[in-house]
Design a protein around this ligand. Structure first.
Ligand code: EMZ
Length: 385
């Protein structure tokens, strides 16, 4: 199998019964595996809520390591919509030309540096710095802040031997508290200041609410974006003809980005908490227990996607749920899509070939399922054109 391949561990269970079961910190989770069920339950916020205890809808549950509610992601309608509306325009800024030019400058510089280095460890020396620098644009904060964020490593709540690392989480919380203090004393043009000046429920957002938005902005788009970048580059290493095709047909880059998101599904699943005794796939779900919406499995559902285990760069019909579905669709998706589009265009322009020299896969364990989500490390060599 190619080094960049990501097998589908959910296929059998998806076909046989439509769900899987796992245990997360003594709290069972019923994983929904079919595209139709995932979309239906994502839409049904009354029965499957997001506004449970902060951290509970994340799997592994982050209840032990945080009290701050992440906004708007851990709210349900109608409150969810009121908060989300405050942020929509800000998170759409990546479609502006000026934003894209700055992003392109950053990505050009990253690729030039990679070409100069020749061989590099892609995550630490490329994907993580690229993600962090790009985040300075989304937050509209000084570029130099990215050095601090890079020093935190790939995931802000996990470390190599601890899936819920509270000391690491505290570094992020303290940093955000400090930035909120600074912005409240000296407002500027950054996201902290914009949020501090916003109003919901007929009053200004509290510092705790602003913190909730900021934690989500930092955490939600971190390992997900890093994995998407890394997996895309690993794919081009195995498929140089695909990079050549995108060079010849830049008009399909947008479709290719959607296909990569579908195939790699950077976020495996997201939980919901049942508000009443109910059923999914004829399986009983008790009130106050969790289900998960398994985006990664839904994205390989052969009843929706022809040849789901193949990357078809210009796939015509692609209703993937890689950015979630319904009310809680990813707010950072515009930013993530722009990063990938510009990355692919720049690789096509500047890179002739990429060779994978060494790699360690990052395998997630979810009950009976083992899923490759990316790499723990991957050494590659870039060859310029
Ligand atoms: C949460 C989550 C959001 C969570 C869309 O995903 O991402 C996870 O990586 C974080 O750990 O707290 O922000």
């Amino acid at each position: 199998m190619k080094k960049s391949a990501h097998a589908d561990p959910f296929e059998k269970a998806r076909l046989d019964k439509g769900f899987g079961e796992m245990n997360d910190q003594d709290d069972p989770v019923v994983m929904l595996l079919r595209h139709k069920d995932v979309r239906k339950c994502a839409h049904n916020w009354k029965t499957f809520q997001s506004g449970a205890a902060p951290g509970r809808i994340v799997i592994p549950s982050e209840v032990p390591i945080r009290d701050t509610r992440q906004i708007p992601f851990e709210l349900d309608p109608p409150l969810h919509g009121e908060y989300r509306a405050l942020m929509e325009a800000w998170f759409k800024r990546p479609i502006e030309k000026n934003y894209q030019e700055k992003l392109a400058d950053q990505i050009n510089a990253s690729i030039d540096q990679a070409l100069e280095m020749g061989s590099l460890e892609l995550i630490k020396e490329f994907s993580l710095p690229l993600q962090s620098r790009a985040l300075t644009l989304l937050l509209n904060t000084p570029y130099s802040e990215s050095d601090t964020w890079i020093s935190w490593g790939t995931h802000v709540f996990r470390s190599e031997d601890d899936p819920l690392d509270s000391s690491k989480a505290n570094i992020l919380y303290d940093y955000i508290d400090e930035q909120i203090e600074k912005a409240s004393q000296n407002p500027g043009e950054d996201l902290y200041s914009v949020l501090l000046a916003s109003e919901a429920q007929g009053r200004k957002l509290s510092k705790e609410e602003v913190k909730g938005v900021m934690i989500l902005t930092f955490a939600g788009g971190r390992d997900t974006v890093i994995n998407a970048i890394t997996n895309t580059i690993a794919y081009f290493a195995d498929h140089p003809q695909s990079l050549a095709r995108l060079r010849e047909e830049p008009e399909i880059i947008g479709k290719a980005v959607e296909e990569f998101i579908r195939y790699f599904s950077p976020l495996t699943h997201m939980g919901r908490v049942a508000t009443e005794d109910t059923q999914v796939c004829e399986h009983a779900v008790k009130s106050d227990s969790r289900i998960s919406l398994c985006w990664a499995s839904a994205n390989r559902d052969a009843s929706v996607f022809e040849n789901p285990n193949e990357i078809i760069l210009d796939r015509k019909i692609n209703p993937h749920v890689g950015f979630g579905f319904s009310h809680h669709k990813c707010l950072g998706a515009t930013h993530a899509r722009e990063i990938l589009k510009i990355l692919i265009a720049t690789l096509a322009e500047k890179v002739q070939s990429i060779e994978i020299e060494d790699y360690q896969e990052n395998i997630e364990h979810w009950g009976e399922f083992q899923r490759k989500v990316g790499y723990d490390s991957i050494r590659v060599k870039f060859q310029g054109r």
